[in-house]
Structure formats: C-alpha cells, structure tokens
Design a binder for this molecule. Structure first.
Ligand code: GTP
Ligand code: MG
Length: 369
C-alpha cells in the first residue's frame, strides 16, 4: 500500500524487516523500520527481492493544493494575465517598457522601477497584468511544472528578422497551454522591416491574420517609437473581455512563483502571481519546499502593499529560502503549518529522487548480471 513503512512493506512482501533494510542498504539507502517508502521505492525494492507488487491507493500528497471549485456568486472580475514571448532580442522587454511608459500611473510613480518580470498597466480603466519571459527557459520551467498562469500570449516577432526557432517554440507553448495568441510584429520602424513577410511565415504555421480571413490578430508595433502600442493594448483588452476572467478574492491566497532570487541585503525575494484569494501582509505562506510569512509586499513600482487580489503580481519578502519559479504557493493557517508542509514536500522530492536513483542502479545491475 502506498505510503507504507519499511516494516509494513516487509510484511506485505513476506520477508523479514532486516532483509528489507539490508536490501535497501545495497540499493544505497539507509532506512529505519518506521520510515515510509515512496511507491517507486517499494516497486524497486520488490523488484530487487524478486517479487512483484502492485502499489494500491495513490500516495496522498498533503502538500498538494486542495482542489477548490468556487461558487459562481463568489467570483469577481480579475485582470487578464498576458505573457510576452518570442525569439531572443525580438524586443519583448523593450515592448513592455514602452507599454509601461504609456501608463500614466506608472509614469507618475516616477523613475525608480524595480526590475520584476511582471507589471500591471491600466488601459481605459481595465487593469492588465504582463509577464515578461526573460530567456525562454523560465517559461519552460513554468510550463513544465504545469503552471497555468497565462490567459493570453503575445508573441513578439521582429519585422526585420522574421519567424525564428524560438518564435515557433513560443507558439507551441501557447498552444499547449490552450491560450489565445496575439502577434506583435515589432521593430516596424526599421528600414528593412517586412511585416507582410512575418504574416506569410506565420500563416504557413496556421496563424492566419484576421485581415487575411483567419482568426489571429496581428498588430504592427515599434517599441522604439511607440507606434501601434495603443492598438496592441486595445486588442488585448478586447480579447480579455471576451474571456470574462473571474476569480474568488475572498479566500486564502494561492498562485504561482514567477521569479525568485537571493538578494544580499533582503534575503529571499519572490515575485508571486496571486491567482485566487487575497494575499495579505503577515500571511503564513508555503511555496514548494519553502515556508515563511509575508513580511513585506510591493507592487511592480516598488510601492508597499497591504494586500493583493487575483491577477496581481507582487514581490514578497519573508520566505526562509528561495522558492523555485513555477512552484505553486498558498497561504495556510500558521507559520508552523507552512514549515511542516514545506518539509514534507522536501522529503517527498528527496524520496522521488532516491527512487529514481535506485531504479537506475537496479537496471545497471541487470545489465552487469
Ligand atoms: P531577450 O530577453 O534577450 O530574449 O530579448 P528581448 O526580446 O527582451 O529584446 P530586447 O527588448 O532586449 O531588445 C533587443 C534589442 O532590440 C535592443 O537593442 C532594443 O533596443 C532593440 N529593439 C527592441 N524593440 C525595438 C524596436 O521597436 N525598434 C528598434 N529599432 N529596435 C528595437
Ligand atoms: Mg528581454
């Protein structure tokens, strides 16, 4: 049975507990009688003892987020989360910077913009959350963890360079996530810009422009001159409105870690995207194998916040260690509970790694035998 101890596994396999412990030792694991074994470890162990097992009952992962369905009357409109993706140097970050400059609120806050990879902009009274993808590994990491953070993908293609390998990868990511795509044809100020060629290249990949009778919006822009930015924002807002995005703000907060780093002065710093509930100063929090308490929270302008609702990106201080981009986070009852969950998760990851290692060793023995 899933989550069994060494003692229980020995009984189930009809061998003595010392025999199990000895076998585990041969497989490179020092175990005690009361230690629980992961499903994979049990299978590998049984294999090594020449027994066949079928582990029943999926291991309960207490650290996993409980599935919650909110009643529709609890749901309120939330800002769309727009991820900006594309080939290296096609102008993703420049485009976001230019968009931020169109935003009065951001301009009034003056100069000191923190670098966090997520921003909010207000367009005709609608808030829109943007996520930059700094080097596209970050986005792959997010996706690999099954994080569904984005509602709309803006694929940036430089009009003087055309469709490149990472453009296609970005399109694959967006399609795999099942989110609508808007194409921003950037750098149209350049002399050798050829926005029609970009359309033709993408039409060949089944992204046919609306003006050609397809259903993908293409917008010509220049991050340098600001041309087309209003139209891009309008297109985003229109598409977002069609999606009627909603979330429950009256719940303990949960969401995804977008970025994280260790700051020499301030310690672990994490950019979190709140996706459900409202995150508040002082909340006990767990993200992956890291726990803590929200000690300080700032928005993308570096302004202190007391709370942040769904669709809001925030920079948070107060984790004991650095959580990983793509990790889910959630607020729990107490810091003690957060620590317990983080430790359990770390233990679980360790066991899974160990089982993989044991499996490799066993297959190596088979080869050598
Ligand atoms: P990575 O994050 O490295 O993938 O690059 P990026 O896509 O964020 O590109 P970035 O914004 O760093 O821009 C790359 C270069 O293109 C910079 O030198 C920008 O100044 C330039 N650039 C970006 N947008 C435009 C534009 O609209 N017109 C012109 N002329 N240059 C641009
Ligand atoms: Mg960039």
């Amino acid at each position: 049975r899933s989550g069994s101890t060494v003692k229980e596994v020995a009984e189930a396999l009809g061998v003595s507990a010392p025999e199990v412990i000895k076998k585990l030792m041969e497989l490179g694991e020092l175990a005690t009688l009361t230690q629980t074994l992961s499903d994979e470890a049990i299978e590998v162990l049984a294999d090594a003892l020449g027994k066949r097992v079928e582990v029943i009952g999926a291991a309960e992962d207490e650290t996993a987020e409980p599935e919650v369905e909110d009643d529709s009357e609890q749901l309120e409109p939330r800002p769309p989360v727009v991820t900006v993706m594309g080939h290296v140097d096609h102008g993703k970050t420049s485009l976001l910077d230019a968009i931020r400059k169109t935003d009065v609120a951001a301009r009034e806050a003056g100069g000191i913009t923190q670098h966090i990879g997520a921003y909010q902009v207000t367009v005709d009274g609608h808030r829109v959350t943007f996520i930059d993808t700094p080097g596209h590994e970050a986005f792959t990491a997010l996706r690999a963890r099954g994080a569904q953070v984005t509602d709309i993908a803006v694929i940036v293609v430089a009009a003087d360079d055309g469709v490149m390998p990472q453009t296609l990868e970005a399109i694959d990511h967006a399609r795999a996530a099942g989110v609508p795509i808007i194409v921003a044809v950037n750098k149209i100020d350049r002399e050798n810009a050829d926005p029609q060629r970009v359309r033709a290249e993408l039409a060949a990949k089944n992204l046919t422009p609306v003006e050609w009778g397809g259903d993908t919006e293409f917008v010509d822009v220049s991050a340098k001159t600001g041309q087309g930015l209003d139209q891009l924002l309008e297109t985003i807002v229109t598409l977002a409105e069609l999606s009627e995005l909603r979330a429950n703000p009256n719940a303990p907060a949960s969401g995804t870690v977008i970025e994280s780093r260790l700051d020499t002065g301030r310690g672990p710093v994490a950019t979190l995207l709140v996706q459900r509930g409202t995150l508040r100063l002082g909340d006990p929090i767990v993200a992956g194998t890291q726990a803590g308490r929200v000690r300080a929270m700032t928005d993308y302008r570096g302004e202190r916040l007391k709370e942040a609702g769904p669709g809001t990106p925030v920079e948070v201080l107060g984790f004991d260690g650095v959580p990983e981009a793509g990790d889910r986070f959630r607020v729990v009852e107490s810091e003690r509970e957060a620590r317990r969950l983080a430790q359990e998760r770390a233990q679980r990851l360790k066991q899974e790694a160990l089982a993989r290692q044991m499996r490799r060793r066993v297959s190596l023995e088979d080869v050598l035998a």
